[in-house]
Ligand binder design. Structure first.
Ligand SMILES: [Zn+2]
Length: 293
């Protein structure tokens, strides 16, 4: 899907097993930035290479024109296709130093964060040749570049990429989806990352991994995401008050009920989100958090 002349979005569907006989249909976006050389942001799941390369060919471009694959973070649906893409396009793969260990050692990631269906959606480890940190700039040629913005919280070493000339932000999973499964490691950092994104100007295109590309209502959507984070925070604080000695595992089902999220979706990743709010219980109102500095 064409977003601008340079920026194209690819919606990559996949299924996750979430219980006996139950699968969750999901999708993730990967983004292509066209120039003399091509840059790919995220890589989708295992098998995405074919979708991405077919799309490039439909634009009369060849896979070996793809020179750089930037991974916003280490989660399976973002890195799953990277190994195959690297192998076929011979591109460089880039990520934040804190994300690299889980990308270069996917078995370690699975041991530390056992997402259902991990081995189905991850095509194996890939070496990170280019390390990117907040404040770095990635030149794309012809006056185009990507500014790297640290947006941790959802995942360690999560980065967003900002193309100033297009006013376009590739936000990965930094902005939680209002009403959807809350997934993050650090609730305070997650709110701070939303605040950082809210402060970016111009912000005329928001390109998230889980949401349709947005060119209108961006600030409204970001405000809703911050409100959703606070809603979960309040739910966790209320459950903590009702059962002060309970752990995250015990509180998680009640928190999901409060949020209207079906309990069969409960898994260790969601328990971790609940724990992230318990760790941030010194804050009553996360929405008061502002951009650092
Ligand atoms: Zn993620």
């Amino acid at each position: 899907m064409r977003i601008t002349d340079r920026v194209h979005a690819l919606r990559i569907p996949f299924s996750l097993p979430v219980g006996p006989g139950k699968t969750l249909e999901r999708f993730v976006y990967a983004y292509i930035i066209l120039g003399k050389e091509i840059c790919l942001i995220d890589s989708g799941v295992s098998g995405s290479a074919e979708i991405i390369f077919d799309y490039l060919r439909s634009l009369k471009r060849e896979p070996d024109e793809l020179k750089l694959n930037v991974l916003t973070h280490a989660h399976p649906d973002h890195i799953g296709g990277a190994r195959e893409i690297r192998k076929l396009a011979h591109c460089l793969t880039a990520a934040h130093p804190d994300a690299a260990p889980w990308i270069e050692d996917t078995e370690r990631q699975f041991a530390e964060r056992p997402v259902p269906g991990f081995r189905t959606i991850v095509g194996g480890p890939v070496k990170i040749e280019t390390l990117l940190r907040g404040g770095d700039t990635v030149g794309l040629g012809e006056g185009y570049s990507l500014e790297v913005i640290d947006t941790p919280g959802h995942a360690r070493g999560h980065i967003a990429l900002y193309c100033r000339r297009e006013g376009a932000l590739f936000s990965g999973d930094a902005v939680p989806a209002p009403g959807s499964l809350p997934i993050y490691e650090d609730a305070v950092e997650s709110m701070r990352s939303i605040r950082t994104i809210q402060s970016i100007r111009p912000l005329s295109v928001l390109l998230s991994s889980w949401d349709e590309p947005r060119t209108a209502g961006i600030q409204d959507m970001l405000a809703k995401a911050a409100g959703f984070l606070q809603k979960i925070h309040s739910a966790v604080l209320n459950e903590m008050a009702a059962a002060p000695s309970a752990g995250a595992d015990e509180l998680a089902p009640a928190v999901l009920r409060r949020l209207g999220i079906p309990e069969y979706l409960l898994n260790p990743v969601l328990v971790r989100s609940v724990r992230a709010h318990m760790d941030a219980s010194a804050f009553r109102n996360l929405e008061k958090i502002r951009v650092a500095g």
